[in-house]
Design a binder for this molecule. Structure first.
Ligand code: PLP
Length: 267
């Protein structure tokens, strides 16, 4: 339905408590990239918050809507909340009827330009492996990036990098690529997963290891990964200055090219 006809109750728990999860997918040339991996992650996010919903039904609806809308290249957002209850109460309602909201908007899948990132403490909660709709920490961090004329915020807890406000982080050291290991501190990015697979296919060695935040300025290259932006190179840090010699490395360019090629045939 048109956006101005869609209605959600003000008692929706997504609105009141941020009690819900979501998924973001990119459709390129009429195909949803890595759909089965997105379906698995949505399942896992829903399980983590104890919310039962038929993933099959959600994806049937997504398919129906993408056909109806007819965009070739689009961003697809699926939000699932714990629905509405008459009484405002933190604990789950006894009867739950999830609210499911799917939006599809046209976008251009173009290679990302060399970008800047601010580097900031990770102020978010401790369960970032759940793709929660409660994104206030991410929102504040991204705004801080924009206010500093940067495109992203790279985050750290203690001495180590976690991820960025809307993407995962990779560091290039010589011929090697390093990314923080999966834990409850980061989202298991679908693009992160694909980059690791692609690097292995290209014979580039990938290490899932902690990255000291103070080592970032010494990297030969840094890039961020997400479904809607693909691989985004970071050439300047604040604080930290220029990354490597400020040029995109051959390792990055090989990965970015292979990522775009391979995703045309990834189910
Ligand atoms: N980390 C965070 C905090 C994100 O919000 C996102 C994407 O929205 C990612 C990582 C990248 O995940 P994906 O590659 O699945 O898009």
């Amino acid at each position: 339905m048109p956006l101005n006809k869609a209605r959600i109750s003000p008692m929706d728990r997504g609105f009141l408590f941020g009690d819900g999860v979501y998924e973001v997918m990119a459709q390129v040339d009429g195909r949803i990239r890595a759909k089965s991996l997105h379906a698995q992650r949505l399942r896992s996010s829903l399980d983590s918050i104890g919310l039962e919903t038929s993933i099959e039904q959600v994806f049937t609806d997504v398919e129906r809507l993408t056909k109806k809308v007819g965009f070739s290249t689009a961003k697809i957002y699926v939000q699932v909340t714990r629905g509405t209850a008459d009484v405002r109460e933190h604990a789950f309602p006894t009867i739950v009827s999830p609210t499911i909201f799917i939006t599809i908007s046209e976008f251009e899948a173009i290679p990302q330009f060399a970008s800047q990132a601010i580097v900031r403490p990770d102020i978010r909660w401790r369960k970032n492996h759940i793709k929660s709709v409660a994104l206030l920490g991410n929102v504040l961090l991204m705004q801080e990036a924009r206010d500093s004329a940067a495109q992203e915020a790279i985050l750290y807890r203690g001495e180590y990098v976690t991820e960025a406000s809307t993407s995962n982080v990779f560091v290039i050291r010589g011929q090697k690529v390093v990314t923080p290991p999966l834990s409850d501190l980061i989202l298991p990015g679908i693009t992160r997963h694909l980059v690791i697979e692609i690097a292995q296919l290209l014979g580039i060695s990938v290490l899932e290891d902690n990255i000291r935040v103070d080592s970032l300025p010494e990297a030969d290259g840094i890039f961020l990964s997400s479904s809607t932006r693909g691989l985004m190179p970071i050439v300047s840090l604040n604080p930290g200055g220029c990354v490597g010699n400020g040029e995109l490395t051959s390792t990055f360019l090989a990965l970015q090219h292979a990522y775009d090629e391979r995703l045309r045939c990834y189910e």
